[in-house]
Write a protein that binds this ligand. Sequence first.
Ligand code: ADP
Length: 546
Amino acid sequence: MKKTIAMVTAVVAALFIVLTVVITVVLYHGVYEDNVRTTLSEELDILSYLYETGNDIKTIGSKNGRLTIIKPDGSVEYDSEALFSQMENHGERKEVKEAFLMGRGSDERQSDTLSIKQIYEAVLLTDGNVLRLSKNASTVFAFFSMISGPIVSLVVVLLILVVFIASKASDYIVAPINALDLDNPEENNVYDEISPLLLKIARQKNEVREEIADKERTRKEFEFIVSTLSEGLVVLGRGGRILSFNKSAARLLEERIESDKPFLAYLESSDSKEVVLSALNGKDGETTFKVSSKILELSAYSSHSGGAVVLMRDITEKCERERMRKEFTANVSHELKTPITTIMGFSEILENPEIERDKVTDFAAEINKEALRLSDIVGDIIELSSLDEGYKGEKEEINVRNVVGYEIKKLEHKAEDNGVSIENNVSSSLVLYVTPKVFSEVISNLLDNAIRYNRKGGFVKVESKEIEGKVEISVSDNGIGIPKDSLGRVFERFYRVDKSRSRESGGTGLGLSIVKNGVERMGGEVRVESTQGEGSVFTLTFPLNQ
Ligand code: ADP
């Protein structure tokens, strides 16, 4: 811009300088020619006067002029510059002809060289002769070439000056524009002409700022959503290169994943590789694969850009639940089969009319025992299913000592039959906010186990203590205890250390599963410590003020 302003200014100024010089020269030349004509005319008047008054004008001659006397026949009588005897007839020359006719005549003729112009003026004398005076006047070109030296020097000096001034002027014009604060366009106070432009810039700046903020907000929202997704998300570019991935993807792939690496390198199973490759080729697909002990479900979707989006979900728990459900169904069938078969066997025998009377009583007792067992198993299955389906029940504040006391009372006979004593040492002020029905069931199951897996003269103690905002309720016994290798499995459904002892004592193999499930539903935890032959301690932990 600076250059353009300087150049335009310099060119315009140079043009004006040249134009001014040309016009001045032309005007000045006009004045000069008029001057020559006036001088010529005045000089002719003087010479004609001198001639008429008898003076010898031939000797006087003319200053800077050529004097010619022409006779009435046109022949030249005298010429101050040429050999007049040899000069041609001048009668037809315009100025001479006019002088003979009207007393005075004039003419101007260009010389061959173009640089000189001759001005003629002639006057008729009283003796019939014509006195002609001519002077040379430079033409405009000659005039111009005459003064060209100083003019060119002047023009050059002026041009240098103009270029210098133009450059300074453009600096001066451009300086405020260069100093514009475009971060705050409205705060500039420069040329009125650029105010609308600055206003427009300010408006657009605001629009762009808002748009960027909007995009940034959307990007952050998207990033937040993606980062909080429990599913692993991996965006692949052409050829399966990883463009981006979220935290869950890194976690699921054990933190091995890195941007810009080929995603297929992280997949070991050929199935998953194939699904991702298909998605990269435009076909969506799904599969499952294993990473260490985890089972991941992988869904791959092709993207318009020729890449793919991969979603991964940890389905280990789902698969485990599915496995347990199948195992549970198989176990239930097996558990139910035994009492049903027994009942069927005894009832068939009872159908025989010849059966002895006292045997009838025994068989009926067996049928009753198995039916009770069936009822217990079905009852526990219903209880467990209800907890599995998310039963939490209404929570209420309960006095733990009272609930434990009530459950002990219900089992008093059993304890007596087994020669086991029970102590309730729970703090009388302990209050918990739990589901009463589930809590009672949990305590009942633990007490029942502690009585059944005990020995004559053994004891069961229920105690409570508060530690760091938590309350621990323990049910301990000095019974048979649990072998070390079974400790981790006693909470499994239908797991029993000693099947026949469990069955003999009326166990279903579901008691501790109900305890674990029930406690967890109420927000607590259960753990077991035991030494075989010495006894066991089952401890329930609940957060206080829940
Ligand atoms: P069950 O109905 O067979 O008692 P549970 O689920 O209640 O089933 O318990 C699972 C197994 O854990 C029992 O079969 C038993 O072997 C063991 N067990 C539970 N409680 C005790 C305890 N207090 N002392 C010793 N063994 C126990």
